[in-house]
Write a protein that binds this ligand. Sequence first.
Ligand SMILES: Nc1ncnc2c1ncn2[C@@H]1O[C@H](COP(=O)(O)OP(=O)(O)OP(=O)(O)O)[C@@H](O)[C@H]1O
Ligand SMILES: [Mg+2]
Length: 238
Amino acid sequence: MVVDRLKTGIPGLDEIMNGGIPRGQTVLISGTSGTGKTILSSQYLYEGVKNFNEPSVYLSFEERPESIKKNMLNFGMDFGPLEKSGKFAFVKYDPYHVDDIATNLEGKIRDIGAKRVVIDSVSALSFYLREDDNFRRLLFAISNILQNLECTTFMISEVQPETLGLSRSGVAEFVADAAVVLYYRRVDSTFSRAIQVWKMRGSSHSERLHPYKITEKGVTVFPKEEAFIDVKQGSTKL
Ligand SMILES: Nc1ncnc2c1ncn2[C@@H]1O[C@H](COP(=O)(O)OP(=O)(O)OP(=O)(O)O)[C@@H](O)[C@H]1O
Ligand SMILES: [Mg+2]
């Protein structure tokens, strides 16, 4: 069976995902603070609108859209015109008040015909929603909407350096079809960045650790190179 794949457009990332993400999947983007999750996810949406004519929605629970927009200008991404064109929308939610989030998100996705969605982050949601049951219910409700509307989603998960698992709650990896881990590790006297496709349902993918860089062009992955870092140190293993 030929898998219909969506190209992220992020240099090098599609290559380590066997050509792209199987359409409609939810990809967990897991990493410690400062690993570039917001930059990578912004590129995913920006590329979608600019180069693939796929409208996109960015759902943020932490960083204000103004701040994300301003920071992304440093990487050559200007979301202002995309918003005006009606092909891109930020949705900002206070994680304490999420009652109508599912219907609101669904409305926004339908409004602009979004094909790509970013949720930044599920860790913020799980942190504020103290009751695990509420968090699980909300996550499954959001996940259902995204599936029904056939969106391909990046679900950001911020993990603590010493965490065991891909997400703070241990729940997000169950709704995710695929998972990508970003590492930032000390090698001798400097820190190195590495990326790994942890899983991808219904698809093969690279099983190596690859270096990536953050430059004025955003995130670039090096699919032909291998990263040599100790992933056990401050582990994000399952
Ligand atoms: N102009 C730049 N050139 C190179 N690297 C940069 C530049 N600006 C920021 N960075 C790197 O990007 C990191 C921030 O990326 P980003 O905000 O995407 O991280 P994040 O994983 O979303 O973090 P958080 O979990 O705190 O939200 C910085 O810590 C820095 O290492
Ligand atoms: Mg971030």
